[in-house]
Design a protein around this ligand. Structure first.
Ligand code: PLP
Length: 407
């Protein structure tokens, strides 16, 4: 057996199941889960029809590089959304959702034989973080190193916590913007610092942008800055930069498994080679429906409007009782637990809330690791506002009652 498998950590939801084992929530309150970050708005009908109408082509194996019309649809989207030109032939690749691609990129770019005498390769990740970053690093033979988020700076990761000797061993940096769970968008100034570090140390930047289309700033002008867009604004090319974009949240199709990566053509050439052996070609049916999705923005604006309305109603309710505010983007609230409930413990809060009000939330400490003297998720919970507005409001009212009625 691959010994690296034993280094994988239990997934946060397993830990939550363990935490709430033996809890019997009140039977008269229907269960509401704000735990899992899975979109629950309906898939638009025209996308279902596009899928159903794209059944031809199943009799042949698809190419791993994808069909040109899909790659052109992705490239056109990047142009419209970010004002950035990418070459559909060499700078774009379809992927079966960003999760597998984030994992696979680490397997492609990490050289586990380098820097052995200095402790081996490093992958730098924000903390808290999307759990795949850590697993991808571990299974590639690298050591994950974390930069804690700083609540005083809009939850920006404090990259200064990584010392020069560690940057020198770094082969891959994960950036998550908009962030899961914090909802923070990386500003241009931070990108500038990250690009300088990448230039100095030669590491690859994987920019995970799967929440880019769910934002709360001004429609259009307030859309989150993307990694490729930041590179262009700073007068750079895409050297050592790969951006990950997904249809899952944008178009409410997490079950479709469709996204794309764009950026450095040199890396994508090797990534394509890796993917050919791994067997990650996208089904032609999914490819054609995906092109339809990338070419339509009306359904994305409608979806965003639903999140805007939901967050506008839920956030002020919760901010009466918790340290929480509207994030830049994404569909999470990253809420501070009041000290008078369970001493401010995120795990005690999650357990008691379920026990008394049948609402599931995810303890923040499960999404982060102990680093630099603390766990930056401690004392916060992640609330995924993915259900309909009524259900999210009901959950918020129950949380308010839970906190207000706490002895
Ligand atoms: C930060 C982040 N990146 C990537 C993904 C993966 O999304 P998908 O594989 O559906 O594109 C998720 C899913 O929850 C996520 O939260």
């Amino acid at each position: 057996m691959n010994p690296l498998l034993s280094r994988l950590q239990p997934y946060p939801f397993e830990r939550l199941r363990e935490l709430t084992r033996g809890v019997t929530p009140p039977a008269d309150l229907r269960p509401i889960s704000l735990g899992i970050g899975e979109p629950r708005h309906p898939t638009p009908d025209f996308l279902k029809q596009a899928l159903a109408g794209a059944m031809d082509g199943l009799a042949v194996y698809p190419a791993t590089a994808g069909e040109l019309p899909l790659r052109e649809a992705c490239a056109s989207w990047v142009q419209r959304r970010y004002g950035v030109t990418v070459d559909a032939a060499t700078e774009v690749l379809p992927v079966n959702g960003s999760r597998e691609a984030l994992f696979a990129l680490a397997q492609t770019v990490i050289d586990p034989t380098r820097d052995r005498e200095r402790g081996g390769p490093v992958v730098v990740s924000p903390n808290p973080f999307y759990q795949i970053y850590e697993g991808a690093a571990l299974l590639s033979g690298a050591t994950p190193v974390f930069a804690n988020s700083d609540p005083a700076r809009n939850f920006a990761a404090d990259w200064r916590q990584i010392d020069d000797a560690t940057w020198a061993r770094t082969q891959l940096l994960f950036v998550c913007s908009p962030g899961n769970p914090t909802g923070a968008v990386v500003p241009l100034e931070e990108w500038k610092q990250l690009f300088e570090l990448s230039d100095r140390h030669g590491f690859v930047i994987a920019s995970d942008e799967c929440y880019s289309e769910i934002y709360f700033g001004e429609e259009g002008a307030g859309a989150p800055l993307g990694g490729l867009q930041a590179a262009k604004a700073l007068g750079r090319d895409f050297t050592n930069l790969i951006a990950f974009t997904s249809l899952s949240k944008r178009s409410n199709v997490p079950g479709l498994r469709s996204g794309f990566v764009a950026g450095d053509a040199r890396i994508l050439k090797q990534f394509l080679l890796y993917r050919t052996y791994h067997g990650s070609a996208m089904s032609p049916t999914v490819q054609r429906a995906s092109a339809v999705a990338w070419n339509d923005e009306a359904h994305v604006a409608e979806n965003r409007a639903l999140y805007r309305a939901k967050f506008a109603q839920v956030t002020p309710l919760l901010s009466q009782v918790m340290d929480v505010r509207l994030p830049d983007a994404g569909f999470y609230l990253w809420a501070g637990v009041p000290a008078r409930v369970g001493g401010g413990s995120d795990t005690a809060f999650a357990r008691e809330l379920l026990a008394q009000y049948n609402v599931t939330v995810l303890p923040g400490s499960y999404l982060a690791r102990e680093a630099h003297g603390g766990n930056p998720g401690t004392g916060r919970v992640r609330l995924a506002l993915v259900a309909g507005v009524e259900e999210c409001l009901e959950a918020a009212h129950r949380i308010v009652s839970f906190i207000k009625n706490h002895p």
